[in-house]
Design a protein around this ligand. Sequence first.
Ligand code: GDP
Ligand code: MG
Length: 163
Amino acid sequence: MSGTLAIIGRPNVGKSTLFNRLVGRRLALVDDRPGVTRDRREGEGRIADLTFAVIDTAGLDDAPPSSLEGRMRAQTEAAIAESDVCLFLVDARSGVTPLDRHFADLLRRSGKPVVLAANKCEGRAGESGLYEAFELGLGEPIALSAEHGEGLSELYDAIAPHL
Ligand code: GDP
Ligand code: MG
């Protein structure tokens, strides 16, 4: 296992779905560890011959609305700080939102390498959102489908140099 990848993005973009795809059953090894909180999961990710630590963030369902942003920011900042590369996920089907821009600014300020990916790109429904993601100023977005396992070789090429 080499470096650490943090999956960053607003709720519902598919972070946990991607985490599960990267980690698969190996999650079971870390799930029972004392001190591993419910809203932050870590595991050993794998794409082909590349293995790495992966952090999933933001299980915010229990947070009162007033503290939502605060908790999201704290958890996200901790994951960013520990990572060697951040995978910033947006939802190609909903397009870029103000919260996406907020995360983009946070990532830019962190100084960490950022790989931008637009998830839910299977079929044609994600096309406009994929192009919209260019606006975030974080380079060319990778077209992903976490649910269908599409775009993983492009993801490999983008993250491997940092891990
Ligand atoms: P998170 O809040 O960012 O962790 O997002 P989740 O992984 O919980 O996913 C949110 C929703 O998006 C769920 O209903 C997933 O089934 C759905 N989803 C995740 N990945 C994809 C994808 O590649 N394509 C589509 N169409 N839906 C997806
Ligand atoms: Mg999640």
